[in-house]
Design a protein around this ligand. Structure first.
Ligand SMILES: NC(=O)c1ccc[n+]([C@@H]2O[C@H](COP(=O)([O-])OP(=O)(O)OC[C@H]3O[C@@H](n4cnc5c(N)ncnc54)[C@H](O)[C@@H]3O)[C@@H](O)[C@H]2O)c1
Length: 350
């Protein structure tokens, strides 16, 4: 039996606990949250035997094989590093960390520990994305020339899910002092990761960020000051010479979660659009007469990152969605901020 501990018992942790409790040969033995009542209710809901309010005590007292770190972004580094040093495998939520320096420390701790380490870039669970990757690797679209990658949410513009002003559980996402890197960190990490999965390393980034007024008195909600960015646009150059745009915003009315990427090559194009379904992609192939024809393809689901984490623990073979990959994505975030601050394109150094 593989024993898992869940750290952070907020919204996203429900998916983690349900997935692990539903996996044969896996059991969630403990959960931890700084808010004891939250941990208690969560334990009851997911049938977890023991609760903690201090992750260090949980790591000391439980014989865990792995933890899943579903805390707010500011706690990703300290908790993941402590677990790895305690010899425990770690699945950590995205974005990897609030800073490149912390992400580097996490990657170093992961390497030294030789434990399984993964970042939960959940968009990789999309079969359409994985099929598009295979298609590109097989040379079906030829040489990559141009890329468009965007992730749109609309919850700041209207009540997409609920009125965030009345239910302030998302307020930490708007506040840098609570570890948020704004939409660039929250959604930008996903869309940069998707671009990286399909097109390889990004060599230079020229980014602009925007933080718009939310119309709330004082532009704050209690301790949460709304200073984090809500929109960004980057023009990027990939190491293979292709150019593209990577963008995201929380002001995209009419979209709850729309992420799409189109990669154009010299022999065809491929597109993954999550609004059409994560397990589909579109492929445009140049016909014999040079006329392109788009076709929609539906693929079989692929194993989730939860399944891959457990498989990696069982086999002892590190999964490619690891901290080293997370570090590259964190570098894209870092150079996006730096490029905006300096007003020019910057070379990415991991
Ligand atoms: N991969 C995805 O698709 C995806 C989707 C949503 C959220 N996320 C990520 O998941 C993480 C959690 O997001 P959420 O929406 O569940 O947030 P949330 O605010 O609902 O939950 C976070 C929980 O962590 C707890 N916490 C904070 N510090 C802690 C500590 N030191 N020890 C124990 N618990 C602590 C908080 O009390 C809270 O209950 C974030 O990093 C977010 O970016 C990922």
């Amino acid at each position: 039996m593989i024993r898992i501990g869940v750290v952070g018992t907020g919204g996203m942790a429900n998916g983690h606990a349900a997935a692990f409790q539903g996996t044969k040969g896996v059991t969630v033995t403990a959960c931890c949250d700084v808010v004891e009542e939250k941990a208690g209710a969560f334990a009851e809901k997911h049938k977890i035997a023991r609760i903690y309010t201090d992750y260090r005590k949980m790591l000391r007292d439980e014989a865990l094989d792995g933890i899943t770190n579903v805390t707010t972004d500011a706690m990703h580094a300290p908790i993941s590093i402590a677990a790895l040093r305690a010899g425990v495998h770690v699945l950590c939520e995205k974005p990897m960390a609030p800073t490149l320096a912390e992400a580097r420390r996490m990657a170093r701790a992961a390497k030294e520990s030789r434990r399984i380490n993964m970042i939960h870039f959940s968009k990789r669970n999309a079969a359409g994305l994985q099929a598009a990757k295979t298609l590109i690797r097989q040379g079906k679209i030829g040489r990559i020339l141009h890329v468009e990658a965007s992730y749109f949410q609309g919850w700041l513009a209207g009540a997409t899910w609920d009125d965030w002003r009345r239910w302030p559980h998302r307020a930490w996402r708007l506040s840098t002092r609570h570890g948020s890197q704004g939409v660039l960190g929250d959604l930008g990490c996903h869309i940069y990761d998707m671009a990286h999965v399909l097109c390889g390393d990004i060599a230079t980034i020229d980014c602009r960020l925007a933080t718009y007024k939310k119309g709330v008195r004082g532009e704050r909600m209690g301790e949460y000051v709304f200073d984090a960015n809500d929109s960004f646009v980057s023009t990027v150059v990939f190491a293979n010479g292709a150019i593209g745009t990577v963008a995201s915003s929380r002001w995209c009315t009419g979209h709850s979660n729309r992420e799409f990427i189109t990669v154009y090559g010299d022999r065809g194009a491929v597109e993954v659009d999550f609004e059409k379904g994560p397990n589909t992609y579109r492929f445009a192939k140049l016909g014999v007469n040079g006329k392109p024809a788009w076709q929609e393809v539906t693929c079989k689901p692929v194993p989730s990152l939860y399944t891959r984490f457990i498989r990696a623990i069982r086999s002892g073979r590190q999964d490619p969605c690891d901290f080293a990959n997370g570090l590259k994505v964190q570098a894209y975030l870092h150079y996006s901020f730096a490029s905006d601050a300096r007003g020019r394109a910057l070379k990415v150094k991991v």
